[in-house]
Design a protein around this ligand. Structure first.
Ligand code: PMT
Length: 399
């Protein structure tokens, strides 16, 4: 099992470290906590020991410890994360002071190092702290920028520890990032489109964007540059991902076209509305003005256009069906010239539109298929990325 060393220093936001541990564990990673002595004034080490199942390290010289544990632990971990990181620990790391377990361990660590600062805004913005951060960045240490908001001291400004989700998301990129994703641009579409009749009425579908956002998140963690073109959803884009918001199929088409030439992989998870109104009104129409019949026309088929213009891009389509999945997914795969079709039977309860879980079948142009049983959309994304990795490696092998 891969393991994260979580360094915890003395900040009021120390309680967020518990959630950081839980999130890493839910990704199948072990966590070993290292506390500074001052951090133990806020929380007893026993709390972290209980959460991780491993003894929390505080002292550099401890009879219960393996001899020179700061060296032996180095080989066990894939990431050193310091969250929360005070101005003091950042200053020590920047100047090479090694006077406790955490600062000594930093000097011994060979793995990537990620620091999530948390402090009063004046301390964070102080030229000395900024200089220390710059110094560490130049040495390859990565930072999760603190949030701006109300701080424990009552002031407002930058210095609030980033959310555990954002911290873990960055940490996972440092652990998981690899070839062939690292130098690739992924263009992902997500969510529904809305086709308006007038400013207050539209046709759409129940897509929540969850599937597409999970794909974007996973691609970024694997090391890719990710552009997410999203229809209206209630979701926040994963940190690091470039988000472009659209409403209609036409807007999605424009956004996708703009980025297509740079893209290496395109994942069309969006549920693009198939029809729009022939006539749209700029003012809200009265009920009596609308009448009984509304004329519609097809929206542009974005994926089909991409298929026609395809050069080096790897195209991944999604086919949402309520029956005859294999047959219909195969038809769409051929028509839209996609390299991998994700067949999504959306008729069952708890899968497909707006659910946290999904169940899909992957189809390849050579007739192969693979069913992925019901699991979270996050895990489905990981399975899809594993197949994309195979396709990218095959292409690399051929070139
Ligand atoms: O967003 P969630 O709530 O998480 O739900 C996920 C999902 C069910 C929306 C997703 O898994 C999914 O199946 N997305 C594709 C939905 C869809 O529009 O399927 P389709 O069979 O109608 O279209 C086939 C492909 O062509 C899709 O990749 C679609 O993006 C694309 N398309 C469709 C119509 C159109 N005008 N332009 C397109 O590019």
């Amino acid at each position: 099992m891969r393991k994260v060393a979580l360094g915890v220093s003395s900040s009021i936001s120390i309680y967020k470290a518990c959630e950081v541990i839980r999130l890493f564990q839910s990704e199948g990673l072990g966590v070993r906590v290292i506390m500074t002595e001052k951090a133990t004034r806020f929380i007893q080490p026993y709390l972290f020991t209980s959460l991780t199942g491993e003894r929390t390290i505080v002292e550099l010289f401890d009879d219960q410890q393996r001899p020179i544990e700061h060296i032996s632990l180095v080989d066990e971990i894939s990431l050193l994360l310091i969250a929360p990181a005070t101005a003091n620990i950042i200053g020590k790391l920047a100047s090479g002071v090694a006077d406790d377990f955490l600062s000594t361990f930093y000097l011994a660590a060979k793995c990537p190092v990620l620091v999530a600062p948390a402090m009063n805004e004046a301390m964070f913005l102080h030229p000395q702290t900024q200089e220390n951060i710059r110094k560490l960045k130049a040495l390859g240490v990565e930072f999760v920028e603190p949030d701006t908001g109300y701080l424990a001291c009552g002031k407002k400004g930058p210095g609030r520890l980033a959310s555990p989700e954002t911290i873990v998301h960055h940490g996972l990129r440092l652990i998981k990032s690899r070839e062939p994703f690292r130098d690739k641009v992924f263009l992902v579409t997500a969510g529904p489109t809305r086709e308006f009749l007038d400013p207050v009425r539209f046709v759409s579908n129940p897509s929540s964007g969850k599937m597409g956002y999970e794909l974007a998140r996973e691609a970024w963690q694997l090391g890719a540059e990710v552009i997410l073109v999203s229809g209206p959803t209630g979701l926040e884009a994963p940190a690091g991902v470039y988000l472009e918001k659209v409403n209609t199929a036409e807007e999605m088409r424009e956004a996708v076209r703009k980025h297509y030439s740079r893209a290496d992989v395109v994942l069309m998870a969006a549920a693009v509305a198939d029809f729009r109104f022939k006539k749209t009104l700029s003012d809200k129409a009265r009920k009596t003005e609308i009448g009984q019949t509304l004329e519609i026309e097809p929206t542009p088929d974005i994926l089909e256009e991409l298929g026609r213009q395809k050069q080096r891009q790897l195209l991944v389509g999604f086919a949402a069906e309520t029956g005859r999945l294999g047959e219909r997914a195969a038809e769409k795969m051929k028509k839209k010239k996609v390299d991998l079709m994700v067949g999504n039977d959306v008729s069952g309860p708890g899968v497909g539109f707006a659910s946290d879980e999904n169940e899909v079948t992957l189809f390849w142009p050579d007739g192969r298929s693979r069913k992925i049983p019901r699991m979270s959309k996050r895990k489905i994304s990981q399975e899809i990325m594993a197949e994309i990795e195979v396709l990218l490696n095959e292409r690399k092998g051929k070139s």
